[in-house]
Design a protein around this ligand. Structure first.
Ligand code: UD1
Ligand code: M6R
Length: 417
């Protein structure tokens, strides 16, 4: 059952390139019609023979999918579009909503955090995030013109399910994003998208997280399909979506480097993680993985909050991870790195492979460890960026001698409040 791996968690981490493909399978359509207006694009959408559905991706190698992705450029003759069977009849309703409210717990909440900015950007509908328990504690106001999106790997989490019942009672449109077909949340939502990441057994959620982000990105692409002004941005994302599985594979090849890093950190008491923008979620998810598995204290911190308290924690004994891959916030992350180094922080920097400035500056510095990853479109970068830290939390846990698939006090499905 573990397919030659020693634990379910490490198997599921390594399954991610295939899981991403499964999540996209049958949902990315290659348009073979001639370049045309938006209305002809919609017509093409209706006529299945002019679309080549990317549902045979299983038979393609990762390299051929990558080639497919890089061949797309801005050529609309080969422009892919998104088909989400469960949402086709609901797009107009969702786009008419006053708010999109994402509701989830734990790692699933972090997936919403990672994708929120893109949903806001592409739909121009206000997006808020709610931890399910907090929404219920507050009995927060929900209205008939809200769309509530319930994200859950198991589809059985009690808090999320109770929030769904509450939202239905308030008359909101309820959309589910679940990895378990036939689960309570899948059945009780008005519409939704199955994640199709495959069964996840390890208590720590790994492949479900990266595939949940992918699903929310695909939903944002679907909802913004009619927007001409968003077309170039949508094309950029669609092209990189297809490159993601092979890029993910390359990150997984870094496991031996991450294992060495885990040896350096295994006896620490605490690990801080800083990120901002799309990668605030990466910092939060890293911290959750490290604490739930290795029982080491860990905190995910929004880098923009550094001077509002967390900076006081930094000295030469405090290890800190900084997610500083290339995007529009890179200069701000560079400044965070300088602030931490000025307080003698011991840093692990996640950087873009092509960021010669950061890599050149820190190579050889014994207080700084570098992990390099490929650069992908900013909204997809969190899908790659979490992988080294999933591996780190796995190896930290093994080195500290704990049960990686079944951490103490936790259950895979939290079916009680
Ligand atoms: C569906 C089939 C898939 C098939 C494809 C062919 C299922 C489960 N999926 O996938 O096997 O290959 O058509 O076109 O049979 N839903 C919710 N809440 C959720 C998740 C889903 O209500 O949380 C609903 C959707 O609105 C939809 C149905 O469940 O009505 C199936 O969703 P999904 O599997 O995502 O649809 P397809 O991708 O079209
Ligand atoms: O099944 P769900 O996605 O609803 O579960 C939510 C959380 O309980 C879950 O993500 C939890 O945080 C994981 N154990 C984290 O790895």
């Amino acid at each position: 059952m573990k397919g030659g791996y020693s634990h379910f968690m490490i198997k599921e981490i390594h399954e991610q390139p295939d899981a991403l493909i499964e999540t996209m399978r049958g949902r990315i359509l290659l348009q073979t019609a001639r370049r045309g207006s938006l209305s002809s694009l919609k017509e093409v959408d209706r006529s299945s023979e002019s679309l080549r559905v990317l549902d045979s991706v299983r038979d393609l190698s990762l390299d051929s999918i990558r080639a497919l992705g890089s061949g797309m450029s801005s050529d609309f003759d080969q422009a892919p579009c998104i088909k989400l069977g469960g949402l086709e009849d609901y797009v107009d309703n969702i786009m008419r909503s006053r708010r999109l409210i994402f509701i989830a717990c734990g790692t699933s909440y972090h997936a919403c955090l990672a994708a929120r900015q893109l949903v806001e950007e592409l739909t121009c509908v206000p997006v808020t995030l709610e931890l399910a328990s907090d929404l219920l504690d507050r009995q927060a106001p929900l209205f008939r013109d809200d769309t509530c999106v319930f994200v859950s790997q198991s589809g059985e989490t009690a808090d999320t399910l109770n929030a769904l019942k509450y939202a239905k009672h308030k008359g909101a449109l309820c959309l589910g994003i679940t990895n378990t077909v036939g689960s309570s949340i899948s059945r009780e939502t008005d519409c939704g998208v199955h994640v199709n990441a495959g069964v996840e057994i390890g208590v720590a959620s790994t492949k479900a997280y990266t595939c949940q982000i992918l699903v929310i990105v695909m939903i944002a692409l679907k909802l913004s399909e009619d927007s001409i002004s968003k077309m170039p941005r949508r094309q950029e994302i669609l092209r990189d979506l297809l490159n993601l599985p092979s890029m993910m594979k390359k990150v997984l090849e870094k496991e031996s480097l991450i294992k060495e890093l885990a040896k350096e950190l295994a006896s620490e008491n605490s690990l801080l993680a800083f990120g901002r923008g799309y990668n605030y979620a990466t910092a939060m998810e890293l911290a959750l993985k490290v604490k739930e598995l290795s029982y080491m204290h860990s905190e995910g911190i929004l880098a923009g909050e550094l001077k509002h308290g967390p900076l006081a924690l930094i000295d030469e004994t405090m290890p800190a991870v900084v997610v500083a891959t290339r995007d529009s916030l890179r200069e701000k992350m560079w400044s965070t790195i300088q602030q931490l180094l000025a307080r003698k922080g011991r840093l692990v920097l996640l950087v873009s492979k092509d960021d010669d400035e950061i890599i050149g500056h820190f190579s050889g510095n014994k207080n700084v460890r570098l992990i390099e990853v490929d650069t992908v479109c900013d909204c997809l970068q969190p899908v790659l960026n979490i992988v080294p830290f999933q591996l780190l939390s796995y190896h930290l846990t093994i080195l500290r001698g704990y049960n990686v698939d079944q951490p103490r006090n936790l259950a895979k499905s939290v079916t009680v409040e």
